[in-house]
Ligand binder design. Structure first.
Ligand code: SAM
Length: 236
């Protein structure tokens, strides 16, 4: 889903809040945001969440990246976790740039899936589960590694070389990252089974989170989660 910000102040605020994609907040009371996704269910969920959070300035529509909603030029176009799904990410970045006014912002965030998560000391269960999850992601996403190729994507789309940052969350045995990983693993389990990827262990995904937390606590492990790549450029 992309969020489109339209307000003279949005660019400045987006720069300050570049780690936060709460575009509805970034544009302020007088600005507005258009979010879109090709999945009606995703749009339903997004609408419900915006309502609960009290954002009245976000419109959500079902649309594909092939046919961006036809609107006047925006101040900013932001995409998160979308390019890795697409057959031609450069074309989508180009369409995003064309939807933004000159001097507007184009920004994309993608997981840096070319970099492994890491725990020290190594936790066997985590390492094997991560390998299996990664194999599924590689098999399912046409551009799983686009987070490591955002510079070429932006330049290929006719934009200037973007600013890029890559950041990762980290923590100890009490970090929520262990459970977050187990949730991601569990949500991908049907695909891993369909792809015939061999299980990490007895494959009890219901208890994976507890087992990971126990293993981490036993050796006082430190985890670095999947880094996130963010790139942004100003449209000439
Ligand atoms: C990993 S989710 C990210 C959702 C949201 N952008 C976020 O950051 O939480 C990827 C989303 O891309 C959507 N998607 C996949 N192909 C698309 C396309 N061609 N056009 C628009 N959305 C697409 C999927 O429906 C899915 O909701």
């Amino acid at each position: 889903m992309r969020h489109w910000a339209r307000d003279a102040r949005a660019r400045h605020r987006l720069r300050r809040r570049r780690r936060n994609h709460a575009s509805g907040e970034a544009v302020g009371a007088t600005g507005c945001v258009l979010g879109f996704d090709s999945e009606p269910r995703a749009i339903e969920v997004a609408r419900a969440r915006a309502l609960v959070a009290g954002y009245r300035n976000i419109e959500f529509v079902v649309a594909s990246d092939n046919a961006f909603p036809d609107r006047p030029l925006f101040d900013a176009a932001i995409g998160r976790y979308i390019l890795h799904h697409l057959a031609d990410p450069v074309a989508t970045v180009r369409r995003a740039a064309e939807a933004v006014r000159p001097s507007g912002v184009v920004a994309f965030q993608e997981p840096a899936s070319h970099i492994n998560d890491q725990t020290l000391p190594t936790i066997d269960l985590y390492a094997k589960s991560e390998q299996r999850l990664k194999a599924a992601i590689r098999a399912m996403l046409p551009h799983f590694d686009v987070g490591g190729r955002l510079v070429a994507c932006f330049e290929g789309a006719g934009l200037p070389t973007p600013h890029v940052i890559c950041e990762a969350l980290a923590g100890g045995p009490d970090s929520p990252l262990w459970r977050l990983f187990a949730m991601a693993y569990r949500s991908m389990l049907p695909h891993m089974v369909r792809l015939n990827l061999s299980p990490a262990d007895d494959d009890d995904s219901d208890t994976l989170a507890d087992r990971l937390v126990a293993a981490a606590a036993a050796v006082r492990a430190q985890i670095i989660a999947k880094p996130q790549s963010c790139a942004w450029a100003i449209r000439p």
